[in-house]
Design a protein around this ligand. Structure first.
Ligand code: CA
Length: 231
């Protein structure tokens, strides 16, 4: 991590603030903390941190409100650190725009790894939106984004609009795991009970058209139970 990183800790448990501050200092990360939702929001908007580590159970409100408010105006990376174990709480925080979620008690080194990961993927997204290539090669496959054309070994592959949209999304984020929900949201903009099935059917068609045999993952890896990743 470079010298100028700034992390805001929004947390009311002093021992967590203390040991995170010490650990961040070792990484030369500038750290500020806020013990309430209100102070957290003020600092997030005035101090311009590069990332926020956010507790959900704050004395004057719910950290979820922090996520909603910040997401309305910026894409500031947020990692939630919470004692709430319920899967629905995690899903709600991620859906609201948190970048990652860790359950307390947590390992500091795992948190550091997740911070690095969130920072890296943010940098990549920024770099990509600044300069999105018109065409990209993935092994024997070439994608021409503008013309919606795909060639494998020089032969054009015909995808439906939906299939192309899924493949483009994976390709633009190559190397990164995209959760099923993210792909579904990106492709259809809503989720219902049949969405996963619909995604799987489209994915099977894409793979077949690309010439992947069942069980192979030349281009697209299925991260079971989580999502898909483009190699
Ligand atoms: Ca708390």
């Amino acid at each position: 991590m470079s010298d100028s990183r700034k992390i805001l800790i929004v947390e009311d448990e002093k021992h967590i603030i203390d040991f995170l501050s010490v650990r961040f200092e070792q990484e030369k990360i500038l750290t500020e903390h806020a013990g309430t939702l209100r102070a957290g929001l003020e600092k997030a908007l005035s101090w311009h941190p590069d990332l926020v580590v956010l507790d959900l159970g704050l004395p004057d409100g719910d950290g979820m409100d922090f996520i909603h408010t910040v997401r309305d105006q910026s894409d500031l990376p947020i990692i939630v650190l919470s004692a709430r174990l319920d899967e629905m709480d995690k899903v709600a925080a991620l859906d609201a725009g948190a970048d990652d979620y860790m359950t307390k008690p947590f390992g500091t080194e795992e948190l550091m790894a997740r911070i690095r990961n969130v920072m890296r993927s943010r940098q990549r997204i920024t770099a990509e939106t600044e300069k999105e290539p018109d065409e990209e090669r993935f092994g024997a496959m070439t994608i021409f984004y503008k013309n919606h054309q795909i060639f494998v070994d020089g032969k054009e592959i015909h995808l439906t609009r939906t299939e192309f949209s899924i493949l483009e999304y994976l390709a633009r984020n190559a190397g990164k795991i995209l959760r099923y929900e993210d792909i579904i949201n990106h492709t259809w903009e809503w989720i219902d009970s049949g969405s996963i099935k619909k995604l799987q059917v489209n994915m099977a068609n894409i793979r077949r058209k690309l010439g992947e045999k069942p069980g192979e993952s030349t281009y697209i890896v299925n991260e079971l139970g989580v999502g898909y990743r483009m190699r």
